[in-house]
Design a protein around this ligand. Structure first.
Ligand SMILES: Cc1cc2nc3c(=O)[nH]c(=O)nc-3n(C[C@H](O)[C@H](O)[C@H](O)COP(=O)(O)OP(=O)(O)OC[C@H]3O[C@@H](n4cnc5c(N)ncnc54)[C@H](O)[C@@H]3O)c2cc1C
Length: 291
């Protein structure tokens, strides 16, 4: 491993000017659970590692009437230990509580998970189904990108050289809404998802009819996938096994998996169908306040 300059700016403007000065030769460090592994293994070569842990805008959790502003460097444990956030966004907690292990969750951030842009990133599907937006700052100022448009390929994102993800903004949960995330791994923990699915639903006041739904998939394509047709198929439907089964079928159709050492194309299509039905049922129970 070659020598790398380490900088730890205390303001966003300082961080952006360092990032801009070094372009593709600089990389941000949040928890370091991806980037340090990549640098040590030689998969990435850079000159400057910019620690984001001392930049206030990247380390805040701000929950208010308009939703949650989650600083890009906030580690998972701070998210699920925040009772108000955990109560408002259980679908996000499903993912934050299963990334790696307790030790990994002490460092790993949702922002780092998104910027790493792995198709298997567990927190990305719930951020997508919750209507998340990435707030980005760089040499050309601010811009906002919908979470479903953030990842552009395995390990690639819309971030331009010099840009930093500052925060992820989630809208306030609608009344009668619920979200869930589940993944399949062949062992209990510390593995990459063979497939993962997040479902969000909003029900009407009776709790019997679906107003809208969003479904997003992990590990079954080159990027996390928003399964648009599957979510839209549920809008205006009464809650029923048939409607949920049809959404599972459409979500499976939206997947474009590969066969690798973790699973086959056929298994992954099947898993998306099963996990979609399961996450929809959990999301519906959460929307009704039943769990
Ligand atoms: C043992 C182990 C188990 C793991 N298990 C899981 C798992 O179960 N599920 C899963 O999804 N992942 C898992 N991972 C991967 C990793 O922990 C997650 O992707 C984590 O969320 C990354 O967050 P981080 O804060 O550590 O990111 P970092 O490693 O600090 O950064 C990740 C990438 O994002 C970039 N970056 C970080 N912050 C910013 C920013 N503000 N602006 C621009 N770019 C930025 C970095 O330059 C880097 O390229 C595991 C990793 C390990 C080592």
């Amino acid at each position: 491993m070659r020598a790398i300059d380490y900088v730890a700016p205390t303001s966003l403007s300082e961080a952006v000017s360092v990032m801009a000065a070094h372009g593709e030769r600089a990389r941000a460090l949040a928890g370091g659970t991806d980037i340090l592994v990549q640098l040590r293994s030689g998969r990435r070569e850079i000159d400057v590692l910019l620690d984001t842990k001392q930049i206030p805008e990247l380390n805040g959790i701000n929950l208010n009437d308009s939703g949650l502003q989650l600083g890009a460097a906030v580690p998972c444990y701070r998210i699920y230990q925040d009772q108000a956030v955990a109560a408002a966004y259980p679908g996000l907690i499903d993912a934050a509580g299963l990334i790696g292990s307790i030790q990994i969750q002490g460092r790993a951030s949702i922002g780092g998970n998104l910027c790493n842009a792995a198709p298997s990133g567990d927190s990305i599907p719930p951020v997508i189904t919750l209507g998340g937006e990435a707030h980005i700052n760089g040499p050309n100022g601010w811009r906002t990108v919908a979470a479903e448009d953030f990842c552009t390929g395995p390990g690639r994102s819309v971030l331009e050289p010099g840009e930093l993800l500052v925060a992820i903004q989630l809208p306030a949960p609608a009344a009668n809404s619920g979200t869930a995330y589940l993944r399949f791994i062949p062992r209990n923990e510390m593995d990459i998802a063979v497939a993962g699915v997040s479902s969000s639903v909003t029900l009407d006041d009776s709790g019997q009819n679906i107003v809208s739904a969003r479904i997003a998939l992990a590990s079954v394509g080159p990027t996390p996938i928003l399964a648009t047709a599957a979510g839209e198929s549920l809008a205006g439907q009464a809650v029923s096994d048939e409607a949920i089964a049809e959404a599972g079928r459409l979500a499976s159709e939206a997947a474009s998996p590969i066969t690798d050492m973790r699973g086959t194309i056929r298994q992954r299509h099947h898993l998306v169908d099963v996990l979609t039905r399961r996450t929809l049922n959990i999301a519906i129970r959460r929307a009704r306040g039943e769990e």
